[in-house]
Design a protein around this ligand. Sequence first.
Ligand code: NAD
Length: 306
Amino acid sequence: MGLTGKVAIVTGSGQGLGLAYAKALAAAGAQVVVNDVDAAAAERAVAAITEAGGTAVAVVAPVGPTSTADLLVSTAVEEFGRLDVLVANAGVLRDRVLWKMADADFDDVIGTHLRGTFTTVRAAAIRLREQGEGGRIVVIGSPAGQHGNFGQTSYAAAKAGVVAMARTWSLELARAQVTVNVVVPTAITAMTATIPVYKEVAEAYERGEALPRVVRREHALGGPEDVAPLIVWLASDGSAGVTGQAIGVGGDKLSLYSYSEELAVTYREGGWSAEAIAEAWPSTFAPAGQPSGITLPPLDADAVAP
Ligand SMILES: NC(=O)c1ccc[n+]([C@@H]2O[C@H](COP(=O)([O-])OP(=O)(O)OC[C@H]3O[C@@H](n4cnc5c(N)ncnc54)[C@H](O)[C@@H]3O)[C@@H](O)[C@H]2O)c1
């Protein structure tokens, strides 16, 4: 998993998951461009990486605009001479039910996650294609994007869009030997600590206590350090040939997501009338229907997956 000689950009790496990714990539030998809108957090991240013997510089700018994406890539090239890895991780939440969601909140979330991923990956792809030595792009999804989630119109849309873009880019960049994968993480961070059901779990984690098995397994919740090894593997030469995948990780769980498989199929000569659909629905389609939303067992559940 050695990354010596490689150069990585991690957006939103001042804290939380991004910070864990930047630290783990640097510990594996990569030189890292840290990015965040929070200047103090970005500087702390660089200091932590440097104190641990790694190499990092900070770019303080919001992802979304093309100018930030270009600055990230030019900093990697000017400071470290090249680019090998981009982890497009920066994100915000502005949760509201649909009928209370303001335009500005929708635009902020789409602008950071969806547009931010688009502009940074585009800038990285241009550089990686020019370099001609392949590369690694990791973008970040969410269970909300895979299943939908109450109160998360903008976030679910952005994260589902990130997966769709990554599947597309894995095709477009295959010839340049640039892999593009989605990590669907779950971890206790500032983002999850605000979810009421996880308040006690987050406090226990902060105190350094071991988390219950149901939390680490079915809820796939641990710390950011449980997610970072997947990023290191995807950044490494060891993951060559793995592309276009959406991989879930968190706590003790590692999983591979499907992408909009057809669950049931039937044909009718001449096409489908409304009446024929009504007749086919109960027997052919209703049994195959999937629930919307993320389904998890109660936190005190005794039953734990084998
Ligand atoms: N924590 C989880 O369980 C979880 C689950 C699914 C997906 N994710 C995703 O993982 C990523 C990281 O989440 P986290 O839990 O570490 O969140 P976090 O809030 O702890 O960290 C996000 C970081 O991104 C920075 N940021 C926000 N907007 C930015 C912008 N426009 N440009 C640059 N930096 C910006 C913030 O300042 C912060 O440092 C996000 O994309 C999030 O949606 C997290």
